[in-house]
Design a protein around this ligand. Structure first.
Ligand code: CA
Length: 226
């Protein structure tokens, strides 16, 4: 397991490096965001530990930049600031956990192990089709850097199509799985919902991912990759 620590205080960084190495983690330390991002682009980390208060770029900016670069390693924040807003902001940005300084090393280790256990699940819960990413665990979807605002039904529809990438999904299946109802051929609720989803997921982009199979249903695929 390889971990990246971004921490500017040498004392804390050394303490973390030593403790985590003793627990058989491979540990890299960066002293600021620029170095951290460079390392995160070069190695596949299982977890990134981010100090919030850093020179030049704070931990939250680093997290946003990492996610924009599609670096999806789980992130644990270390923060000296314990206000609710800080935690909410961190978690909204996609942090997996946070720890308030000063903390006991045993607690850090327990949190890291918990995230790594979850992290293994969440990796398989990330569906990727061309530049589309559907994060089933966090209920988020984006193409490139553009994150979509989707209603729960739209997200359910998108994840159904993405899970069955390359398979034609009939209107009947969509109606059953997304609306939990039997398909009534007189309603065009599925088509309307697909049109709405397309307006967000496909229309703004050159590459279309949702394709209509006339009289049957829909298929999601990257046709350039076939
Ligand atoms: Ca600091």
């Amino acid at each position: 397991m390889r971990l990246l620590i971004v921490e500017d205080e040498p004392k804390t960084a050394n303490y973390l490096r030593k403790g985590l190495s003793e627990n058989r983690f491979i540990v890299d330390v960066a002293v600021d965001g620029e170095e951290g991002i460079l390392l995160a682009e070069s190695y596949q980390y299982d977890l990134i530990i981010l100090d919030v208060m850093l020179p030049k770029m704070n931990g939250w900016s680093i997290l946003s930049l990492l996610r924009n670069k599609n670096i999806m390693a789980p992130v644990l924040f270390l923060t000296a600031r314990d206000s609710i807003e800080d935690r909410v902001l961190g978690l909204e940005l996609g942090a997996d956990d946070y720890l308030v300084k000063p903390f006991a090393f045993s607690e850090l280790l327990a949190r890291i192990r918990a995230i790594l256990r979850r992290g293994q699940v969440s990796q398989t819960e990330l569906l990727i089709i061309a530049d589309l990413q559907v994060d089933l665990l966090r209920h988020k979807a984006q193409r490139g850097k553009d994150r979509f605002e989707l209603t729960p039904k739209e997200f359910a529809l998108l994840s159904l199509l993405a899970r069955r990438k390359g398979e034609v999904v009939s209107r009947t299946i969509i109606a059953e799985q997304v609306w939990d109802m039997n398909f009534d051929s007189n309603t065009n609720v599925v088509d309307v919902a697909v049109r709405r989803l397309r307006s967000k997921v496909d229309d703004p982009f050159d590459k279309k991912l949702i394709h209509t199979i006339r009289g049957v249903g829909y298929v999601m695929e990257d046709r350039d990759a076939i």
